[in-house]
Ligand binder design. Structure first.
Ligand code: ADP
Ligand code: MG
Length: 391
């Protein structure tokens, strides 16, 4: 009977996901902050009023031209952390049900990615998606334990900077030191036949309680901020990847589940369009450019159901390969966008998601992005007609 109930729950879950699509993209508009100067690159002229429960559209004024975009949902500046969490809580739950979940925050530096993922230090009421997800997971775990489930959980946290993995939970100073972009350890990414990802030498910590994970998050934050002074605001130029692995077994039904929850605070996307860098900054720019554009290439290929998906082109996509695409029926991606007044790069995500080529071809400012941004690359591949049959 339990198995039947479980099967039904999974089927229902799958149906909901199919209905919603495997990739969802939300746009969160950050409130204006005192330091904000009026944007020279673009201005939002309309977004849903906070009373519109299903608001999805956003309009941008760029060089006197109006552009409209649609997301799965737009969170207005009034949206609370709680409102954002409600939208993703089901995905968090699915990690306990044995699904592999990725949630990304994408956007420029200062657009609210870290606020959305972690929250505001010293303001527990404004805690972000990561602490809220942990609360939900450990609460649900407790409830499921009364039904015969037993869980093993493991946490790892890493940073990818200049295509180099850095272990944020390492207690060994040498291991986390960066010398000219090369860490002391190899941190090689490996995928085994069962669809598990391992990073050699990476610290993986067994956890039983939310408190333990919170403690590790603090340790990672400290490790990041040490790097920050060394690397000059490194945090906005590196990807932060929080991984929680969940293995569950039901002692009465002998059912087993293996879920993974990845919560990712991506490097600031503005570097994509800033040319003219030299030296270290240029190297950084190229690394971020490479990994963010590789991510979009991968999502592009997945959404197009192409046979070849270029996971190996960057550390980030290779690391997340098992979670964002290999067995599409069982894996789930969801994006959360940190947002700002400038919408340029976000468009990409919606374009990929919806295959709304009509909209693409009508967007004159796709070519406006300077340099070889991922948006530009998508635009040029569209012009080559690679995606025509999907129209
Ligand atoms: P990012 O990580 O994208 O660089 P941050 O999360 O650090 O950006 O946000 C930049 C600033 O804006 C921080 O001071 C943060 O507290 C504030 N902020 C971001 N989003 C919001 C929001 N929705 N409400 C209030 N303050 C926000
Ligand atoms: Mg940040």
């Amino acid at each position: 009977k339990l198995i039947e109930g479980e099967k039904l729950r999974k089927r229902l879950h799958n149906t909901i996901l199919e209905l919603k699509g495997n990739i969802r993209v939300f746009c969160r508009v950050r409130p204006l902050l005192p330091d904000d100067v009026s944007g020279t690159e673009g201005k939002i002229i309309s977004y849903p009023s906070s009373t519109e429960a299903q608001g999805r559209g956003i309009e941008l004024l760029q060089n006197g031209q109006k552009h409209s975009f649609t997301f799965d949902k737009v969170f207005t500046p009034e949206a609370m952390q709680e409102d954002v969490f409600v939208e993703i809580s089901q995905l968090v739950q699915s990690a306990l049900d044995g699904y592999k979940v990725c949630i990304f925050a994408y956007g420029q530096t200062g657009s609210g990615k870290t606020y959305t993922m972690m929250g505001k230090p010293g303001h527990p009421e404004q805690k972000g998606l990561i602490p809220r997800s942990l609360e939900q997971i450990f609460q649900t775990k407790q409830a499921l334990e009364t039904q015969g489930w037993k869980y093993d959980m493991q946490v790892s946290m890493l940073e990818i900077y200049n295509e180099t993995i850095r272990d944020l939970l390492s207690t060994n100073r040498d291991a986390s030191r960066i010398e000219n972009g090369t860490a002391g350890k190899q941190y090689a990414i490996k995928h085994d036949a069962d669809g598990n990802t391992q990073v050699s030498d990476l610290t993986v910590v067994d956890v039983c309680t939310k408190r333990e994970v919170t403690f590790l998050l603090d340790r990672a934050a400290h490790s990041r901020s040490v790097g920050k002074t060394q690397m000059n605001e490194q945090s906005s130029r590196s990807h932060f990847v929080f991984t929680l692995r969940i293995s569950g077994v039901n002692e009465s039904t002998e059912q087993q589940v293996q879920g993974v929850l990845n919560l990712i605070d991506l490097a600031g996307s503005e570097r994509l369009s800033k040319s003219g860098s030299t030296g270290d900054r240029l190297k950084e720019t190229q690394a971020i450019n490479k990994s963010l554009s590789s991510l979009s290439d991968v999502i592009f290929a997945l959404a197009k159901k192409e046979d070849f998906v270029p996971f190996r082109n960057s550390k980030l996509t290779y690391l997340l390969q098992e979670y964002i695409g290999l067995k599409r029926d069982k894996y789930v991606i969801q994006g959360i966008l940190g947002t700002n007044e400038v919408l340029l790069n976000w468009v990409l995500w919606r374009v990929i998601h919806d295959w709304n080529f009509y909209l693409v071809s009508r967007l004159p400012f796709l070519g406006w992005s300077r340099g070889k941004s991922c948006l530009w690359r998508i635009a040029s591949s569209l012009e080559l007609g690679r995606v025509e049959e999907d129209r």
